[in-house]
Design a protein around this ligand. Structure first.
Ligand code: SF4
Length: 408
């Protein structure tokens, strides 16, 4: 593809990691508050086909080595497109952006992290114009239902902040829509293999009561993705026989896991962090981690910069959790899953949560049982395990007092 575009483009660049020393600039990531990506379906007469707009400084105008805000908004139109498909197209940003030589894209929604290599910028990938052209080419050549597409890149900090608020409303509405349906109500789940380039034995399973690890593919999104592209990375999974309703073990998921992991594992518990937990790729929004000293769990999200109560930051824990393995006691997951009635049901769910960052505690307040809210420690209450033990004793956390019974 080089020649048409300033750099090469293709699936061979998926999984390419750009280290800090090789980086020209980065957008989003842990140090940048305002960042997002959003795909919106519009009418055919509302989208100016192949228009690329840049609001704020372009790549070549930015200081080398810096980290910057970014809003990436893609508008699509097509007679056969449905509103349900927006999240599916949005998740394709991760796939297509990683096809670009010298561009690294991680995460989704308002957690994106994009890096450009010095090498590719010196070859001409020094403008969003070039990135936009490549993305539009990939979208329209791989998804022929898209008749019109336009892309806006926003780097102006104030503008990104303003648009991010709107994007969060859209994400919220999508998540709300997906609540209510139960695993028992459907015969099919959906699997996603998009992250296998980074985690070869990983496969995500989205059920009505378990959104996929990145938080970007709910059961509804999976259904829309499969309908749109039956040969694509999202596939329908016949759930088969429910072998264990407490842990969330289904014969169809076990068979899928065995095939997709090339035999690395052959059992998957959708709602437990023990024995055969769901695998974790690298795009998860948060990590649910076991704290043996209190036989309970902590939760840390990607944007939490400090050390967790066990003395390590998210990044260290993520390295031990990710890669597509089943790691007992460590689970990468989507924050929306906290709202599921099945949330790690077998392990006691939120009733066994004893530590989480204050920001997430406040953001998911309504998902936490009211009698527990003040009994879950944050980074402001405790700094280490000794302090955690003392805190839990003092507040009388029901789990530590032995008042929570696990389902049998
Ligand atoms: S985290 Fe899971 S659902 Fe999300 S893109 Fe990766 S494989 Fe797909």
């Amino acid at each position: 593809m080089a020649g048409v575009f300033p750099v090469d483009v293709g699936p061979q660049y998926e999984g390419e990691v750009i280290r800090k020393g090789d980086m020209y600039v980065e957008f989003g990531g842990p140090s940048i508050k305002n960042k997002f990506e959003l795909v919106t379906l519009k009418g055919l007469d509302e989208v100016e086909n192949e228009k690329i707009e840049i609001i704020g400084p372009d790549i070549k105008d930015l200081k080398e080595g810096g980290s910057f805000p970014l809003g990436m908004m893609i508008d699509v139109a097509g007679a056969k497109l449905e509103k349900d498909m927006e999240p599916v197209f949005e998740r394709r940003i991760h796939l297509y952006a990683n096809y670009i030589e010298g561009l690294y894209h991680m995460n989704q929604r308002d957690e994106i992290w994009v890096r450009l290599s010095k090498d590719s910028v010196s070859k001409g990938l020094n403008s969003f114009e070039a990135i936009g052209q490549i993305l539009m080419f990939l979208y329209t050549s791989e998804l022929d239902v898209i008749e019109k597409i336009s892309i806006t890149f926003v780097t102006d900090e104030k503008k990104v902040e303003e648009l991010l608020a709107n994007a969060r409303e859209v994400y919220k509405a999508r998540d709300e829509r997906a609540r209510g349906l139960k695993e028992d109500d459907v015969q099919e789940f959906y699997s996603c293999a998009l992250c296998q380039s980074f985690a070869p034995t990983h496969i995500c399973i989205a059920t009505p009561e378990r959104i996929a690890n990145c938080g970007a593919i709910s059961w509804f999104d999976g259904r829309a993705a499969y309908k749109l592209d039956p040969e694509g990375p999202v596939q329908e999974v016949k759930k088969g026989e429910c072998l264990d309703p407490i842990r969330g073990e289904y014969s169809g998921c076990n068979e899928l896991g065995a095939v997709k992991s090339m035999g690395t594992y052959n059992r998957v518990f959708l709602h437990s962090a023990f024995e055969h937990p769901h695998t974790s790729c690298g795009c998860f929004q948060a990590i649910w981690f076991y704290i043996p000293e209190v036989d309970a769990f902590g939760l840390v999200h990607r944007d939490f910069a400090g050390n967790t109560v066990v003395g390590v930051p998210f990044s260290t824990m993520a390295a031990d959790t990710s890669g597509g393995r089943q790691v007992e006691g460590f689970l990468g997951l989507a924050l929306e899953y906290l709202r599921s009635p099945k949330f790690l049901y077998a392990d006691g769910g939120l009733r066994r949560l004893v530590w989480m960052p204050k920001e997430i505690k406040e953001r998911y307040k309504e998902a936490i049982p009211a009698n527990l809210y003040d009994k879950i420690a944050t980074e402001e209450d405790v700094k280490n395990i000794d302090e955690l033990v003392a805190f839990l004793d003092k507040v009388g956390h029901p789990w530590v007092k032995g008042e929570v019974e696990l389902p049998v």
